[in-house]
Write a protein that binds this ligand. Structure first.
Ligand code: S3P
Length: 184
């Protein structure tokens, strides 16, 4: 695959990292932003700041449909502004509404792709903060992740680049991402 290069007349530099929960979107996006000297944004954090509630609370009090509608609203808000940024999405963001169309139109996107076992291994220790998986035991978690990844694949696979995360360090991922990114 050839690296995508930004053309000089392209007026924005929005880079999006997407992928399943536990794929390291926020950690890697933060490092990428630092390397490119761009601001870093996390859609989940932006959401929490705007709604003044945790995502867990939002799911519990207002439900997932409200969460998805607001998530789309905030994604648009960020993508419509004039600022260059490295943005980490929530795991489900590309899969609802017309979000993936918007992501493709307004950014250079990267799918951080993990195998079922990599994802489950990472999620096992941090289930509690994540409303979708908090109540699942290990066996249920594997089944849930496998099914979910299968359903979401058609959206995630539309990213400009797919980067495998299995057995890679943050530094290795960063180097790989930077090959594809040329600042205009
Ligand atoms: C979700 C992933 C979460 C968060 C919400 C729903 C999902 O984000 O947006 O709990 O549907 O996969 P992270 O992937 O940043 O954990």
């Amino acid at each position: 695959m050839l690296p995508i290069q930004f053309t000089p007349n392209q007026h924005f530099m929005k880079i999006i990292l997407l992928g399943y929960m536990g794929s390291g979107k926020s950690t890697v996006a933060k490092e990428l932003a630092r390397a490119l000297n761009l601001p870093f944004l996390d859609l989940d954090d932006y959401f929490i700041e705007k709604e003044k509630k945790s995502i867990k609370e939002i799911f519990e009090t207002k439900g997932e449909i409200y969460f998805r509608l607001q998530e789309t609203k905030y994604l648009k808000e960020i993508l419509e502004n004039q600022f260059d940024t490295v943005l980490a999405l929530g795991g489900g963001t590309p899969c609802y509404g017309h979000n993936m169309e918007l992501i493709k139109k307004e950014s250079q996107s990267f799918y951080l792709k993990g195998s079922i076992s990599t994802i489950c291994q990472r999620l096992r220790s941090e289930k509690q903060q994540r409303p979708l998986i908090a109540s699942l035991n290990d066996e249920q978690l594997t089944e849930f992740v496998a099914k979910h990844l299968f359903e979401r694949r058609e959206f995630y696979d539309q990213a400009d680049q797919i980067i495998s995360i299995d057995k890679k360090s943050v530094d290795e991922l960063l180097k790989e991402l930077l090959v594809f990114i040329k600042k205009s």
